[in-house]
Design a binder for this molecule. Structure first.
Ligand SMILES: Nc1ncnc2c1ncn2[C@@H]1O[C@H](COP(=O)(O)OP(=O)(O)OP(=O)(O)O)[C@@H](O)[C@H]1O
Ligand SMILES: [Mg+2]
Length: 408
């Protein structure tokens, strides 16, 4: 259990948190949401003890261990991959270090012997003998190959580092797990691995994410940061969103009878929990929803900005036609004989383990790269825009943001 008690934090004139009280407990998974700059990361840092609030405090149940996903990708550069994961459990790691130092001594005294046996006892109690295999298993789950476990962190690429730091946070079953946007930079396989891990996880998780699907899969509760306050809601993201929208609509309909409103909300809860699938998580969420009171559902004051594309003219049925497309680079075939059509209203995801191949395909579709063979044909009426993954070339001039946008 971890609680924030009367937490108040102010940066200059801006009050980020005003007397916030909230408790996180059990095997619940709390999804923290809020607009950019609302203070999600700051709140997690307060919980982790990295930032001290102006007023109030954070208390953790005695004897409970908290683990935090590290954001600094260079912190462990001189450490091996496996040790980086082991260091996630600080107490165990310190025991291992002290033990090794004693055994490495040339003059091993009687006092050393006593200390060593104390340490061995603690080590065994913490299941230390399984630490390395457990860490290795986590790394394999993250698809970090065994050949890389004894390499240094600085020799890993950015994507691998993210996964290793995630393994570090998950290592040794912490009682409280704090994750700030863990799915950023993760590939789709690792995201689904992480979802499964969190579904099986027996302890408390507090996770910030902007990924609605991820929140819906793993969360039992939603924590909304808005207007310097923090509100706690039962249910996953979709339940929170739809129920609070419904409550808002009811609030507008002043003349509706209270009893009718209550019935409508109850029907919504029943429908929502009946639709939950049969997975374990869904079952526990369902139980939680069955306990929810209609009175607990609050209208949300949240506004949802959106980007709306106005079409210059209606497009035809055929958007894109790709025929027999091939491309290779440095003797490696990225793809060959590629054929597909994209029609009006299709929304298509391209999945590929090789980011270079995907990049090449998109560069070809954008007209920036010539294929080895084949054709790319867009419909006559289509206008297109391209957001490349490599964008450094756009930011070479020394312009502020407004002037930068003016260029386009
Ligand atoms: N040390 C600091 N001094 C002054 N202001 C700060 C400091 N740290 C953060 N802020 C401000 O506090 C606000 C909250 O920042 P925070 O990073 O917690 O937001 P966030 O909700 O995590 O946003 P995002 O969704 O973009 O990650 C921002 O306006 C930020 O500029
Ligand atoms: Mg943040």
């Amino acid at each position: 259990m971890i609680s924030a008690n009367n937490v108040t934090l102010q940066y200059g004139k801006r009050v980020l948190f005003d007397e916030v009280n909230i408790t996180f407990k059990g095997d619940n998974c709390y999804g923290v949401i809020g607009a950019n700059g609302a203070g999600k990361s700051t709140f997690l840092k307060i919980l982790a003890g990295e930032i001290h609030p102006n007023l109030g405090d954070v208390s953790i149940e005695p004897g409970k261990r908290m683990a935090v996903l590290k954001q600094n990708h260079y912190e462990y550069d001189e450490v091996t991959v496996l040790n980086t994961v082991l260091m996630g459990h600080e107490k165990l790691w310190n025991i291992m270090q002290e033990k090794d130092a004693i055994y490495a001594k040339a003059d091993f005294s009687e006092a050393d012997g006593i200390r060593a046996s104390e340490l061995e006892g603690e080590f065994a109690e913490m299941d230390g003998w399984n630490a390395e295999p457990d860490a290795a298993a986590l790394l394999s789950g993250m698809r970090i190959h065994e050949d890389d476990h004894y390499k240094l962190m600085k020799d890993m690429d950015g994507n691998q580092k993210v996964r290793i730091l995630l393994a570090q946070a998950l290592f040794g079953e912490p009682d409280i797990l704090i994750l700030d946007e863990p799915t950023n930079d993760l590939d789709i396989h690792t995201i689904s691995w992480l979802e499964d891990f969190l579904l099986d996880f027996k302890n408390t998780v507090i996770v910030v994410s902007h990924d609605r699907h991820f929140l819906d899969t793993v969360c039992t509760h939603i924590v909304d940061i808005d207007f310097s306050k923090i509100q706690l809601y039962t249910g996953n993201y979709t339940f929170w969103y739809e129920s609070s929208q419904l409550a808002l609509k009811q609030k507008m309909a002043q003349n509706k009878k209270a009893e009718d409103k209550r019935k409508e909300l109850q029907a919504f809860i029943d429908r929502f929990s009946a639709n939950a699938s049969k997975s374990r998580q869904a079952t526990s969420r369902k139980k939680m929803l069955e306990k929810i009171n209609v009175e607990d559902i609050q209208p949300s004051s949240r506004r949802y900005p959106a980007i709306i594309f106005n079409k210059e003219r209606e497009v035809g049925d055929v958007i894109l036609s790709v025929r027999n497309l091939s491309y290779s680079s440095n003797g490696e075939t990225y793809f060959s004989g590629l054929n597909f059509d994209i029609n009006k209203d299709d929304k298509v995801t391209f999945l590929c383990d090789n980011s270079l191949a995907i990049n090449a395909l998109f560069e070809i579709l954008a007209g920036n790269l010539e294929p080895d063979s084949g054709t790319v044909e867009f419909g006559q009426t289509v206008t297109k825009s391209y957001l490349p993954s490599e964008n450094a070339a756009f930011f070479t001039a020394d312009l502020d943001l407004v002037d930068w946008l003016r260029q386009y």
